[in-house]
Write a protein that binds this ligand. Structure first.
Ligand code: ADP
Length: 326
């Protein structure tokens, strides 16, 4: 393998709090180890349209505490075509970029995998997504901050839910994963979580109404993962209105609130460790791996595993939630 001199870095797909801490860690660790750093703006799109500048240590000053990504992020259809990727490769070569660090979710790492298979480019991925849905890592960058935001919001909704004795469905993000809904429910003391990992054979709403609500309770809060499998909060509320008309039901969709805000200490630390580990991985000759954390240790997860396998929900968490909501 040719020696790496210049590392390109980009953020892609959905943004997540802590991406800036990761950009800072990658940049500074790379410079510390004697590499040049090229910052690519707007994800894969910037790689195709040549939006690239060199980063020095001061380019990443004062960003560890900022949400979002200073590199901007984008979705890029052209990169899903061989012609688009050829263009991206040409631009990369023009800038002398020998290796890439890609910070993003499932889609971004799938793109990295395809690109790395087509061209002889070492790529290391960092799991940047609030959804926590990447296999091989216990946590993704941004997940803890989003969880804390959800908890903060639910605490406030509980005040009004209790005053009016209402049933609230609160929809949270997560795509087809229920981590935010399930752990958000535990953290905020919600009565239940409706998540896509539970088989569609089970009518989670009927079970909830049958077992979940006690007369002693004057309000109920249920967190719903946004997936079409759950029907979303709107779909469930519609069902309650027709099938269980005694309930006074309301819906709150937290939406993009969950993507913003200053990252928590946990996300900043995770992003910093993972960013430094990305450079270690390249120094060790690793390629086409995602950096993960497993039992608090840094691990390398091949892209094929990270994006192909479904990360399972721990069923004991569901049991805990059920026990604590009596
Ligand atoms: P996320 O990384 O948050 O999951 P997306 O799924 O939108 O976000 O993916 C981000 C970008 O990654 C896409 O816009 C596209 O450019 C690229 N991408 C995703 N999947 C592929 C693929 N199979 N082949 C090539 N590029 C891909």
């Amino acid at each position: 393998m040719a020696q790496i001199k210049t590392i390109g870095i980009l953020t892609s797909g959905g943004d997540a709090p802590g991406m800036n801490a990761a950009i800072r860690a990658v940049t500074r660790s790379a410079i510390f180890s004697g590499f040049k750093v090229k910052a690519i703006y707007r994800g894969y799109r910037g790689l195709i349209t040549d939006e690239i500048i060199e980063f020095k240590t001061q380019n990443v000053s004062n960003i560890v505490q900022q949400g979002g990504t200073i590199l901007k992020t984008a979705r890029c259809k052209e990169f899903t075509t061989p012609e688009g990727r050829q263009q991206a490769y040409d631009v990369m070569r023009k800038h002398g970029i020998d290796a890439l660090v890609v910070i993003g979710g499932d889609g971004s790492l799938s793109g990295a995998r395809v690109f790395a298979n087509e061209y002889d480019v070492p790529i290391v991925g960092l799991p940047g997504t609030i959804d926590n849905d990447l296999y091989g890592t216990d946590h993704t960058i941004g997940y803890d901050t989003a969880l804390n935001t959800i908890m903060w919001c639910v605490d406030r909704i509980r005040d009004t839910a209790t005053s009016h004795e209402r049933l609230f469905f609160i929809e949270v993000m997560g795509r087809n994963a229920g981590f935010l809904a399930l752990n958000g429910a535990i953290a905020s003391g919600a009565e239940a979580a409706i998540i896509p990992e539970i088989s569609t054979e089970v009518d989670q709403l009927a079970d909830l109404i049958k077992n979940g609500f006690r007369k002693s309770k004057n309000s109920s809060i249920v967190l719903v993962a946004e997936s079409p499998i759950t029907g979303g909060a709107m779909g469930l509320a519609e069902r309650v209105r027709t099938e269980y008309p005694n309930y006074d039901v309301r819906v709150t969709i937290l939406g993009h609130l969950q993507r913003g805000g200053s990252p928590t200490a946990q996300d900043r630390i995770l992003a910093s460790r993972m960013g430094a580990a990305a450079i270690d991985a390249l120094l060790e000759g690793q390629r086409n791996v995602m950096i993960g954390d497993s039992n608090d240790e840094i691990v390398y997860v091949p892209f094929t595993k990270a994006v192909r396998k479904n990360k399972p929900i721990d069923p004991s968490l569901l049991e805990t939630l059920r026990r604590l909501s009596i």
